[in-house]
Design a protein around this ligand. Structure first.
Ligand code: NAP
Length: 263
């Protein structure tokens, strides 16, 4: 299947590692021109170099903390001038901290809202003038399974991810007339650096090996294993491609069946 992504101009945020980096790599494999961003420019440049080495296609970098609107504005402006516009925007950020209701004061709720919800609002707002000029525009928000089913000890994510889905769905209605598709993927537990760090912490806490801690993380996933970043990225790239051109307003779990809901 031809995904129709050759020459597509793509921006993926929070893409120095993990789901964002895997998604950027997959876009590049399909012939897209990609800009990746995150806070740490050095890591970002290493990631870009590794993608270019594999695919031979141009990958540009721009440091940006997505919680800072001025930096987001600069990112969008520089992206458009580096690659001549924006066809596809993938909004991603680090996850909010773990904890329950009694863990957090209001200031943590505010910074988590900035990180998880307002970063997506700001990225989309400033990208829209460019997306409106594209003939193959798509926005993908990376959220979490917590949007559909609360995850233990993740109250910030459980509260804020559904808001991003509300934003995604509303925008899919509002922007359809501009021929801009808006979708979300809800990743389940996926083997990124973050999950490896969590497994190491869990192994230490419970006196387990890292393998034991990782397989405990897969409890409750019908497939009996956690996902790979490539499995996530394949779906992300397809949903944004012209091959997926009639997918709009969808919140798709990529979770090995973890979410217990019929629809
Ligand atoms: P990860 O391995 O920790 O990578 C996070 C990425 O985000 C890094 O590139 C980091 O780079 C960047 N980042 C963090 N804060 C940022 C900020 N304020 N501005 C810009 N970039 C920022 O995480 P991941 O596992 O790929 O997860 C990505 C997202 O999916 C997170 O929101 C996570 O909560 C969510 N998610 C992940 C899973 C999973 O199992 N992996 C499951 C459900 C949901 P810098 O440090 O250079 O900024």
């Amino acid at each position: 299947m031809d995904l129709g992504l050759k020459g597509a101009r793509v921006l993926v945020t929070a893409a120095s590692r993990g789901l964002g980096a895997a998604t950027a790599r997959q876009f590049s494999r399909e012939g897209a021109i990609v800009v990746i961003s995150s806070r740490n420019l050095e890591t970002l440049q290493d990631t870009a170099a590794s993608i270019v080495e594999e695919t031979g296609n141009a990958v540009f970098t721009q440091a940006c903390d997505v919680t800072d609107e001025t930096q987001v504005q600069r990112l969008i402006k520089n992206t458009a001038s580096m690659i001549g516009g924006i066809d596809i925007l993938v909004t991603n950020a680090g996850g909010p901290p773990a904890g329950n209701f009694k863990t957090f004061d209001i200031d943590v709720w505010q910074s988590a809202t900035q990180l998880t919800l307002l970063s997506a609002v700001s990225l989309i707002k400033h990208s829209l003038p460019h997306l409106k000029q594209s003939t193959r525009a798509a926005i993908l928000t990376i959220t979490s399974i917590s949007a559909k089913q609360p995850v233990d000890n993740l109250i910030l994510s459980n509260t804020l991810r559904p808001a991003v889905i509300g934003l995604t769905k509303s925008l899919s209605l509002e922007l359809g007339a501009d021929n801009i598709r808006v979708n979300s993927i809800l990743p389940g537990i996926t083997d990124t650096e973050r999950i490896q760090e969590l497994a190491e912490a869990r192994a230490q806490l419970n006196n387990q090996t890292i393998d034991e801690a990782q397989s405990a993380m897969a409890d409750g996933i019908p497939l009996g294993r956690i996902g790979s970043p490539e499995e996530f990225a394949n779906v992300a790239v397809m949903m944004c491609s012209t091959a997926g051109g009639f997918i709009n307003g969808v919140a798709l779990p990529v979770d090995g069946g973890w979410i217990r809901a019929t629809l």
